[in-house]
Design a binder for this molecule. Structure first.
Ligand code: KG4
Ligand code: ZN
Length: 342
């Protein structure tokens, strides 16, 4: 017989350019994690094209869900609830996942749980760290978000700071395009920076007066573009690896600096990172060192759980399920959903 704590969640994620489904057992055990990436399609255009993303999600979603159930060795009969990202993200892309989740939940008489995408990213840390429990601080850095968050409890978040303009991943992608590396730029800059000198060029690090935990990356992005333009106008060559390494240093230094200030003030003893940029090797290394110096326990998901995936939505959905959160058949996509809103 099934124990009360034995909960299998079918999770669906389609907020941007990955069509993903997963089966997650009791919030922390990933039974399957299927991701169909559209990167090859979007890189032809240098970034995500929303209309193409929605169309591709429609094509792939059933196949991805079937695969997730099969790989987990489960059938829909074994599923206790359906969790789905309903915001923030691209509206057309979100609608595909939301409509799919509603159809399955309705047909199978299952509870429906809408999950906030950032809550998913944060919860990715629970998957490989069974001992991690709130409260802790988390830096969420992705293509669409840069948030410094205090996780007070499961489902209870306080945003300490956020970006005023570009997200960290967005800055990586734009700088990569300027250097001619293509989309998505983050992993390419990460790789190229290993061959460059991070001290070669001094790019600005933004600190915002009276908002010590807020970020701004548009200045460093413009400085890199101006540097490259300046070199080209003067007919001078530049070393892309040095630009990549110096840009990365400016971004990582600010992320670590603000994070550690918050960690010292809040004194929770645990610090986590999440989101696509959390797979960046320089950020992971720097953050690990800074946490060790301050005797903080440092948590980060494996790269596959940093970038968009559905396992993280299953982890977050489980704690929402335990808290009694159930969404109605009128659940809609909310492109600018705020963290902590339901
Ligand atoms: O979390 P994610 O998959 O999607 C959003 O929710 O936005 O993050 C994607 C972002 C992209 O901007 C990508 O360039 C960046 O994460 N990224 C990285 C790395 N891997 C992915 N940025 C820096 N270094 C990496 N290794
Ligand atoms: Zn994401």
């Amino acid at each position: 017989m099934k124990e009360i704590r034995d909960i299998n969640i079918l999770a669906i994620e389609s907020s941007c350019d990955e069509t993903a489904a997963a089966v997650v057992h009791n919030g922390r055990e990933v039974c399957s994690n299927i991701i169909s990436s559209q990167i090859d399609l979007h890189k032809l255009y240098g970034g995500v094209v929303p209309e193409i993303a929605s169309r591709k999600h429609i094509e792939k979603i059933n196949q991805v869900i079937e695969e997730a159930l099969k790989e987990a060795g489960t059938r829909l009969d074994d599923i206790d609830a359906v969790a789905v990202t309903y915001g923030p993200g691209l509206v057309g892309a979100l609608l595909v996942g939301v409509a799919e989740a509603k159809a399955i939940a309705y047909a199978r008489h299952l509870p429906l749980i809408g999950v906030h995408h950032i809550e998913g990213h944060i919860s990715a840390n629970y998957i490989e760290h069974p001992e991690l429990e709130p409260p802790f601080l988390c830096l969420v850095v992705s293509g669409g978000h840069t948030h410094l968050v205090c996780v007070r409890d499961y489902g209870k978040y306080e945003i300490l700071g956020r970006t005023r303009d570009d997200a960290a991943g967005e800055a990586y992608d734009k700088v990569a395009r300027a250097i001619g590396l293509g989309y998505p730029g983050g992993p390419k800059i990460d790789r190229l920076a290993k061959e460059g000198n991070p001290e070669a060029i001094v790019f600005p690090k933004a600190h915002i007066a009276d908002a010590p935990y807020d970020f701004s990356f548009s200045g460093v992005k413009s400085a890199v573009l101006n540097y490259i333009n300046g070199c080209q106008m003067k007919g001078e060559s530049f070393r892309p690896a040095d630009v990549a390494a110096s840009f990365q240093k400016a971004v990582v230094d600010v992320l670590v600096d603000h994070s550690m200030k918050a960690a010292e003030e809040y004194g929770l003893g645990r610090f986590a990172i999440a989101g696509g940029v959390a797979s960046n090797s320089a950020l992971r290394e720097s953050m690990k060192e800074a946490c060790e110096e301050r005797h903080l326990k440092f948590y980060h998901p494996s790269p596959i759980f940093c970038t968009d995936n559905a396992a993280m939505i299953g982890a977050a959905g489980y704690y929402e399920y335990l808290a009694g959160i159930r969404h109605g058949w009128d659940l809609n996509a909310v492109p600018n959903l705020r963290l902590g809103e339901r």
